[in-house]
Design a binder for this molecule. Structure first.
Ligand code: ZN
Length: 319
């Protein structure tokens, strides 16, 4: 007998600082039926027109969407009561400062449930559903690339609060006699200012991908990273840390060796203080891990956000 239940279709948008990835999927698996990417560029209006047009075309080809999910770079306004809800706010990407990201989508699809969250909460949700954090209700997802951000789940809920966590901007103790001034325009030597891709390039005079494995900038990066991850473990007590983004690929050092060195430095800074099996030398192999969805974590996360927005809408309509 044929399956007469048509699959629900969900739209996903990973809004990144360098590219927007749009996808269409059924959200039962992370596989996408359709996928496209656009350079972010410096005209939010033009880009959002393209994104909207792409989804309208997909609806013609595949049928109506049930919900849309957007996982965005930030900072973003997540407060539905705020007049700038759905806006990107104080980003250093000047053309995108106070850009209305959700507005064009809401105007085009006024009745569609919309899931909206940070790129890292989105990617974290994707990893929780289909990837390296399956079955975990308390974990952190961190991306270290052009910038540094963190999200994840606490007791099964995405991390929110006053706004959303800004883990990448935590202050870190100076390592040795390091004189690097840091590259964050707001704080100089915060985590992002010390370990993001541009920070590594500014420190070494070479992009991270081109750094020889024995370049001292790797050692500095690993040691600062270890401090930052220890802070996350001390503050949030995550059961696992999933580390995504480009820097974790380790350039010429390679991902495996990067993670080995990071786990070693992490154990060193923890100094045996927290006693838990995942924090032992063997346990760390499963505690500090790369994303299973790899570079697709963001768009898959947006798909999961869309699915959850739809489920929430169904729950509310039933009450
Ligand atoms: Zn900063």
């Amino acid at each position: 007998m044929m399956d007469t239940q048509p699959k629900r279709l969900f739209g996903a948008i990973e809004a990144g600082g360098t590219k927007f990835v749009c996808g269409l999927g059924c959200a039962e698996t992370p596989e996408l039926l359709e996928r496209v990417q656009f350079p972010t560029g410096d005209s939010p209006t033009r880009l959002l027109d393209e994104v909207v047009a792409w989804f309208l075309k997909q609806q013609e080809r595949h049928g109506a969407l049930s919900a849309l999910g957007v996982a965005s770079f930030g900072p973003i306004d997540l407060d539905p009561r705020s007049p700038t809800y759905g806006f990107i706010t104080t980003t250093p990407k000047l053309a995108w400062q106070f850009a209305d990201l959700l507005g064009p989508l809401r105007r085009t699809f006024p009745h569609l449930p919309l899931g909206f969250d940070t790129d890292v909460n989105g990617a974290g949700l994707g990893e929780a559903r289909w990837g390296a954090a399956r079955g975990l209700e308390d974990f952190v997802y961190v991306t270290v690339g052009t910038g540094i951000g963190g999200g994840g789940l606490a007791r099964g809920q995405l991390l929110h609060g006053l706004v959303h966590p800004e883990m990448g901007h935590m202050g870190l103790p100076r390592v040795g006699d390091d004189h690097f001034a840091g590259s964050c325009p707001f704080h100089g030597r915060c985590w992002e200012g010390l370990c993001s891709g541009p920070a590594i390039a500014a420190r070494a005079g070479l992009p991270a991908e081109a750094l020889p494995p024995d370049h001292p900038a790797w050692e500095m990066t690993v040691r600062y990273m270890a401090h930052a991850l220890m802070n996350l473990t001390c503050v949030l007590s995550p059961r696992r840390i999933v580390l995504g983004g480009s820097v974790r690929k380790g350039g010429l050092l390679g991902e495996e060796r990067f993670f080995q060195r990071l786990r070693g430095a992490f154990r060193e800074v923890l100094a045996g203080y927290i006693q838990a099996p995942p924090l032992t030398e063997a346990g760390l192999e499963q505690y500090l891990v790369p994303p299973e969805l790899g570079d697709e974590a963001g768009v898959c996360g947006a798909l999961a956000l869309a699915h959850d927005a739809w489920a929430e809408h169904q729950r509310r309509s039933a009450n």
